[in-house]
Write a protein that binds this ligand. Sequence first.
Ligand code: AMP
Length: 282
Amino acid sequence: MIIATKISEVRAQVAAWKKEGLTVGLVPTMGYLHEGHASLVDKAVEMCDRVVTSVFVNPTQFAPGEDLETYPRDFEHDCTLLKAHGCHLVFHPEVSEMYAQDAATYVEILSEMPKQLCGQTRPIHFRGVCTVVSKLFNIVIPDKAFFGQKDAQQLAIIRRMVQDMSYGIEIVGCPIVREDDGLAKSSRNTYLNSEERQAALVLSKSIFLGQQMVKDGERDADKITAAMRTMIEGEPLARIDYVSAVDGVTMMPIHRIEGSVLVAIAVYIGKTRLIDNFIVEE
Ligand code: AMP
């Protein structure tokens, strides 16, 4: 497995692969990798001849006061996991390699879409995500790129950006990988102490409750989110950021379950903000 820290190294390697007629998949990550990330790499290995994984904690998607400095990092462990899953190249740049001091260009979706859900408390987040993903697309020029349904709004936004900017890249969404007890895997789970880890189960429990209500025929989205909300409010360590049902493509609020719907939640457990969701496709 090649470890590249420079943009020029990635470009040269990908060009050599393309010359051989090989297809290239990209898995963007912020590192501290777990089985959720590994599932994206597995899918990429299955669908592409060569797989590039980026490990980069992107400063432009963190607002002042968020966890940029404390975000967990363990590049050695990341490399071990990536190698075991058949990744061919890890791109691990310094911040200075990705952003010149005088960088002044952003990629930003100007509709209401990035202002919904996580955008309400993280107003500059998706501008940072779109900017870094667009840079990674320009550096790697992959045939396909792999994103987790765990970050459902991010996935929808990337699909919008790819369409709007005419990136000829296929976006592959991959299902949420969970711990045995249901908690969605996340690098941020490491922030939880043992009491909080137990309390965090209320996220997945409320997701499963919502899913069951849909399965049982409930079509009133407000009733579903209200029941989920009540369940989360029963956990003393939990504080709700949002519990919302939105259109699966536009991310705008809906009241009835029909077509493609995303039911998404963000909940603080102590100081740690966790997200989870389920989709309904009818
Ligand atoms: P991150 O390192 O948190 O930026 O995540 C990198 C990619 O991995 C994103 O596309 C995430 O949606 C995806 N991902 C993170 N956690 C999971 C999970 N539990 N299941 C599936 N994909 C995930």
